[in-house]
Design a binder for this molecule. Sequence first.
Ligand SMILES: [Zn+2]
Length: 95
Amino acid sequence: MKVPKVITTYCPKCKTHTEHSVSLYKGGKRRTLSEGQRRYDRKNIGYGSKRKPEQKRFAKTTKKQTLVLKCQKCGYTIMREGLRMKKIELVEVVK
Ligand SMILES: [Zn+2]
């Protein structure tokens, strides 16, 4: 799916439709010393221990994509979540 780089949509902060710049959401880096990660590592130590069974097959062929829309007036960001598509492409729209 082709997505324009600039979208005019509602901004809850400005309370009107404004231009938003579009980018793809990418997950942040995992912190190795966070409490959950330390707990997970502790559980994985030793013989015959995996926290959860290993996933052998995967049913879905696509991943859910999230678009990050940033208001160009106030800088407020909104997310468009859960769009399933094989291919996503940000395109410049010539007016
Ligand atoms: Zn705004």
